[in-house]
Write a protein of this length. Structure first.
Length: 463
C-alpha cells in the first residue's frame, strides 16, 4: 500500500482495516483463522496473507474500511493498493522484501497509469492487480464490474497485459436528485472547501471561548456545548451557502459517529467531522434512512455508520486541511512551558520561541494571551525575542516578503510566523535578508545566538 505521509500511521490503519475485514469474513463463515504479516519497506506498507483468504471479499472489505481508518490516522483516504499473488520467502524469520514477488507489487504501485487514474478518485482507494490476481477475482461480471464494485482498465506493455487498474464504480443514480442538487450548490460556491473549513474553525474557536476560559481542546466541551457548536456551525453554513434544499447538520469531533434520530428519517444529512489532532476535516451528504447506523451499545453511545452507509456518503471534502490548533498539537512539555509564565507577553514569547516556522493564527493565540486581539501582546513579545535572534513576522506586506525570501511559511492576514536568524557564514547555503548592513539567514541548531538589528520590522497585520 502506498498511502503517502506517515508510514507508521498508514500501517496502523491498514492493520486495523485488515483485522476488521478478516473478522467479518470469519463471522460470515467465509474463512477460518487467517493471520497476516505486516511491515513497512521504503515508502510502502506490505501485507502478506494466506492464500485461503477470498480475494474478492478481502478487497471489497478493505475498500469499505480503509478510508475511515486512514482518515482517523490523519492520512488521506485515497490509498493506492497493489495486489499480487505468490510465495514470499523468509530469511531468519523475517520477510524477504527483496523477493521478486514483493518487487513486482512495488513496481505496480509506482506504475504511471495507476497514479494517473488514482488521481481521479481523491476519496476512495484504488487498486492495481497483477493478471494472476485478476484471474482469481473472476474477471468482469455481466455489468462490467470486478468483485461487484470495481471498474477494470488493463495496462499493456508490448501487447501484453502487465497489470489491471481497478477503480471504484461510483453510481450517481444511487443518489436522489435533491441530494445531488445540494452537492452541486456546495461545489459551485466553494470548490476547494476553504469557506466551509473557515466556518468549522471559527465555530469551534467560538465555543471554546479561549480568551475567557483558556481552553484549547474540544475534548473539554460538555454535551450542551457540543450541541451549541453543532447549532452554530449549522447557522454559519446556512448563511454562507443559502440553498432551497434543507439539510440536517451532523458534527462529530471523534471519529465518524453521528446520531440520527427517527424523526430525521427521510432528510438529507450533512455529516461533518473535525479532527483537531491531525488538523483535518471532512464533509459529505447522505439521505438519512433507517438502518444506516450500527446499534449503539447503550443509550447515548456513538452510533457509527454501517459499512454500506459509509460507502453511500457523497463526500464533498475528505481529510482536507483544517487550520491548525497549535497549542493542542504540541508536545506536553512544550505546552506546559508555554502556559507556565504569569504574564501574557512572556507566554507569547515562549510560544514563538518553541513554535517556529509554523503559522500561528490569532485564534491559536487566544488561549495563550487570554485576549481577543493579541496584536499588541505579539509586538511586545517580539521585542523580547529579538535579543535571542528570533524574528516574528506578521501578515502585512513586509512580513510576507521577509517570510517568502527566507522560504518560511508565508503568514495569512491574521497569522504570524517566527524563526531564529543568525549572521550569514561560509557554511550557510540558504537565502538571506539584509539588515543592519549584514546578511542574515535562518539559523541551524549549532549556530550562535545573536541579537537582531533594530531595522528589522515589528510584526504587524495588514491594515
Amino acid at each position: 500500500m502506498d498511502a503517502g505521509g506517515d508510514l507508521v500511521a498508514a500501517g496502523q490503519a491498514l492493520s486495523l482495516a485488515l483485522t476488521l475485514t478478516l473478522d467479518s469474513l470469519r463471522y460470515n463463515g467465509d474463512v477460518g483463522r487467517a493471520d497476516y504479516r505486516l511491515l513497512t519497506t521504503g515508502d510502502h506498507c506490505l501485507a502478506l496473507l494466506p492464500p485461503s483468504v477470498p480475494l474478492d471479499s478481502l478487497l471489497v472489505g478493505l475498500a469499505q474500511r480503509l478510508p475511515d481508518e486512514l482518515e482517523g490516522a490523519g492520512g488521506r483516504p485515497a490509498a493506492r493498493l497493489a495486489v499480487h499473488t505468490g510465495d514470499v520467502p523468509e530469511r531468519d524469520g523475517r520477510i524477504d522484501a527483496s523477493d521478486l514477488n514483493v518487487r513486482l507489487a512495488v513496481t505496480m504501485a509506482h506504475a504511471q497509469e495507476f497514479r494517473e487514474l488514482s488521481g481521479n478518485f481523491p476519496f476512495h482507494p484504488t487498486l492495481c492487480v497483477s493478471p494472476e490476481v485478476f484471474e482469481r477475482l473472476g474477471g468482469q461480471d455481466a455489468a462490467g464490474l470486478v468483485a461487484g464494485r470495481f471498474l477494470a482498465r488493463e495496462v499493456m506493455r508490448d501487447g501484453q497485459v502487465v497489470c489491471v487498474v481497478l477503480t471504484p464504480h461510483i453510481d450517481l443514480s444511487a443518489y436522489d436528485a435533491e441530494l445531488l442538487m445540494l452537492a452541486r450548490k456546495f461545489s459551485d460556491l466553494d470548490p476547494d472547501g476553504h469557506r466551509m473549513a473557515a466556518a468549522v474553525r471559527e465555530s469551534i474557536d467560538s465555543i471554546l471561548d479561549a480568551e475567557l476560559t483558556g481552553r484549547y481542546d474540544p475534548a473539554e466541551l460538555d454535551e450542551r456545548e457540543r450541541e451549541m457548536l453543532a447549532g452554530r456551525l449549522a447557522r454559519a453554513l446556512r448563511a454562507e451557502f443559502p440553498a432551497s434544499t434543507p439539510f440536517r447538520l451532523k458534527l462529530s469531533l471523534e471519529g465518524n459517529s453521528w446520531v440520527f434520530p427517527p424523526s430525521e428519517y427521510g432528510n438529507i444529512g450533512l455529516v461533518v467531522r473535525a479532527d483537531e489532532e491531525h488538523a483535518r476535516w471532512s464533509a459529505g451528504l447522505l439521505r438519512i434512512r433507517p438502518g444506516i447506523t450500527v446499534a449503539p451499545v447503550h443509550r447515548g453511545a456513538p452510533s457509527p455508520l454501517t459499512p454500506e452507509a459509509r460507502m453511500a456518503v457523497l463526500w464533498l471534502h475528505r481529510a482536507a486541511p483544517l487550520r491548525e490548533n497549535v497549542l493542542l498539537r504540541l508536545r506536553d512539555e512544550d505546552r506546559a512551558a508555554i502556559l507556565a509564565p504569569a504574564s501574557a507577553v512572556e507566554r507569547t514569547a515562549a510560544l514563538f520561541r518553541r513554535v517556529r516556522e509554523r503559522q500561528v493564527t490569532e485564534a491559536a493565540l487566544r488561549p495563550v494571551t487570554r485576549r481577543r486581539d493579541s496584536a499588541r501582546t505579539v509586538r511586545e513579545a517580539a521585542v523580547l525575542l529579538r535579543e535571542e535572534g528570533v524574528l516574528v513576522v506578521g501578515g502585512n506586506r513586509r512580513g510576507r516578503e521577509l517570510a517568502g525570501t527566507l522560504r518560511l511559511p508565508v503568514p495569512d492576514a491574521d497569522a504570524y510566523v517566527s524563526t531564529r536568524l543568525t549572521r550569514r557564514r561560509p557554511h550557510h547555503a540558504g537565502p538571506s535578508i539584509l539588515a543592519g548592513g549584514v546578511a542574515w539567514v535562518v539559523a541551524g541548531p549549532d549556530d550562535p545566538l545573536e541579537p537582531l538589528p533594530q531595522d528589522l520590522p515589528n510584526p504587524r497585520r495588514p491594515r
